[in-house]
Ligand binder design. Structure first.
Ligand code: RIB
Ligand code: CA
Length: 348
């Protein structure tokens, strides 16, 4: 069954892999890719989006320019996590594709009005564009078929402050407005929230990259190691594998250097997989809100699981999944895409 999507990203390394996963998925119909500032500034995010579309020989998918800064907070970016251009060590050719004439919030509003009840929104970055769109069209939550977002941390440490997760921490006001706007939808239409609690169980290791390269028919075997020099770059015969590997290596080095092991959390690709097939996870309904004023806790997502606030539910928080099954699926889809685009024995 086709899943029609608006994808809102702060492309970054894992956002990149989420885009590859969707571009490799025949059931995914991407109507529009919205760029938002986050991991890197918005113009770089947009350039990354266009470049990945080129590498995947994608059709004429709209890429819009969105928020250059959060609603209220000053912009923070994280090049130390995702690299100076947001795609790790990958160096993608600059695309000649043009950005859309409309901005991201306008695209959100116009598309959901054109296709009421038909679009799944997937947000893997700060929620600034979506919050702006809801300010323009307050009916947006009811015009969407479903919203899936990567963000927040509940019974799990934060990755930006001790209690806050990056996408929410960058723009807490936007996240607060989005959660408030989705309050009271039917339980089967509540926004699906993929928080760190579950996404930090989705750990990519070098072996996953080796398997993906093999599935793509790429040579030589793509064996990356934490003992490699940081100047090491992939020599994969398959360009998609090469850029994928160079991007993820940077992310794995970041996790290693922050005592998490030579691995990479696949936050955004997991949210993308949930958007295509929510049955890969289980969920727990809650009322979620965002701390805006705490000196220590600003940007923290708080889940009322037991109705203490006497407020309607506004979130279906992803609780459990099968990480191994997720990686089998990701490797098969993206590896197959790489093989289709760049058949073995070709190199460009
Ligand atoms: O906290 C992880 C999230 O923040 C991911 O979406 C990553 O790309 C960054 O945007
Ligand atoms: Ca992201």
């Amino acid at each position: 069954m086709t899943v029609t999507l608006i994808v809102d990203v702060d492309t970054g390394i894992d956002d990149s892999l989420a885009l590859l996963y969707l571009l490799a998925s025949p059931e995914a119909e991407i109507l529009s890719i919205a760029s938002t500032a986050g991991n890197v500034p918005v113009n770089q995010v947009a350039a990354n989006n266009l470049a990945w579309l080129d590498l995947c020989d994608a059709g004429d998918i709209e890429v819009t320019l969105g928020a250059s800064a959060p609603l209220v907070a000053p912009l923070m970016t994280t090049e130390d996590t995702h690299g100076p251009q947001g795609i790790g060590y990958a160096e993608l050719p600059i695309s000649s594709r043009q950005l859309s004439d409309r901005d991201a919030a306008t695209a959100w509003v116009e598309l959901v009005r054109e296709r009421p009840g038909a679009i799944t929104g997937l947000v893997t970055g700060p929620l600034t564009n979506l919050a702006t769109a809801i300010r323009i069209e307050p009916e947006l939550p009811r015009l969407l078929k479903r919203l899936v977002l990567m963000g927040g941390a509940f019974q799990h440490p934060g990755n930006t402050t001790p209690t806050s997760e990056w996408n929410v921490a960058v723009d807490p006001e936007a996240a607060s407005e989005v959660f408030a706007a989705f309050s009271g939808l039917p339980e089967d239409r509540l926004p699906i929230v993929c928080a760190l609690d579950i996404t930090e169980t989705i750990e990519m290791y070098p072996d996953h990259i080796a398997r993906l390269a093999e599935r793509a028919g790429s040579v030589p075997p793509e064996l990356i190691s934490e003992s490699d020099l940081s100047t090491t770059r992939s020599n994969a015969s398959n360009p998609l594998v090469r850029h994928f590997s160079d991007a993820v290596r940077f992310y794995m080095e970041f996790h290693r250097d922050h005592d998490q092991g030579f691995l990479a959390h696949m936050h955004d690709p997991f949210a993308a997989a949930v958007a295509l097939d929510p049955t890969i996870a289980t969920y727990r309904a809650a009322t979620v809100d965002v701390e805006l004023d705490g000196t220590l806790t600003r940007g923290t997502t708080v889940a009322d699981w037991r109705g203490m606030w006497a407020r309607p539910h506004n979130a279906a928080v992803a609780a459990t999944t099968d990480p191994a099954a997720f990686f089998d699926d990701l490797i098969d889809r993206v590896g197959s895409l790489a093989a289709r685009l760049y058949p073995p024995h070709t190199r460009s």
